[in-house]
Design a protein around this ligand. Sequence first.
Ligand code: PMP
Length: 400
Amino acid sequence: MPFDNVKFRQQFPYFQQENTAVYLDSAATTLKPQVLIDATTDFYLLGGSVHRSQYEEKQTALYEQARTQVKELIHAESENAVIWTSGCTHGINLVANGLLHQFCPQDEIIITTAEHHANFVPWQQLAKKSGAKLVILPVEKDGMIDEQALAQVLNSRTKLVALNWVSNITGTKQSIASLIPLIRQKSTALVLVDAAQAICHFPIDLQTADIDFISFSAHKFYGPTGLGVLSGKLTALEQLQPLMFGGKMVEQVSNSTSRFSKLPYRLEAGTPNTAAVIVFCAVLTWFRQWDQIAMEKYTQSLAKQIVTRLQNYALCRIFSSPQSSILSFVFEHIENSDLATLLAEQNIAIRVGKHCAEPYINHLNLQGTLRISLAPYNNQQDIDNFFTALDKALSLLEIE
Ligand code: PMP
């Protein structure tokens, strides 16, 4: 069945409001469907917390149902392998801190130049604290990891490899399915995949992808802010020392010692973000009716059209990938921020700057980029509006 963009767009009350911007910044955060707003109201009409008292059975059941939904979404090993976090950044930090006790100065950590700061700085910190070596693998001109180059830096000292699945600047999708066997062949490293920009775009199957840790945020997948998921193999998650200590993560506490709970609670100290979890559950139930592959095909066709139209501007340099709905561009002789301001004044919402990936922006020899990121609620009119605004901005800047 072809994807019905009109029906999908109708799910988002953003579009029913007056004077909203043409929203082309879904990689920052997606718009929210009506189901999220309804579930938020429903939740706050109920009282209580979860997992604390008998009277909160309904909330606790919904809360745990959300874990099952996520397990099914990414085909995780079990509900126990679904850890609630505050977002993708929190999940990666949980891993980097949780493994600190295992690292020593002889160890090596591999990341790429194309990482978001969330998948860069935690490893830089781990290297600093443990004395381990941080190896930063440059990506190729097309944004892809060169397998031969990766093979050369992998060795028996490599203890962890952390990679993004999809770049938040160019939308480049790494071939995780062929990179992981290579990592396994050359090392015993644990593999962490930053799926922040992947989760919204294609189905993830942890039963076939041999990933030790995976982290993503709900807010980039039509869900609420303040919530994320850390998942992966139970054997890997069990190696993590908790980052936070307190209620729910302990089974028994005495004056001198504490016995920690089993997964997932061991890594979830304190009152959880119950509202966000329960609301995300409603969003995931709603999402099941849509064909993610057909949606992505539609979104990529819009992105392809944007790239083709941008190519008509002689001074425009584009950084994109053929199978993506995220793309960056710059105009020679124009400050990115000037162009972004003129576009914002015309109600076009796109992102400008270094996109929390400064090492990658430096690697590309740029000051920053303008970034367009699409979702299946975007339509032809959004694209045409963008180009009308772009032409006007360029004429104001006296560039045709
Ligand atoms: N990794 C990538 C590739 C991202 O795009 C982002 C968000 N921009 C993150 C990690 C961090 O996500 P969050 O801020 O939701 O924790």
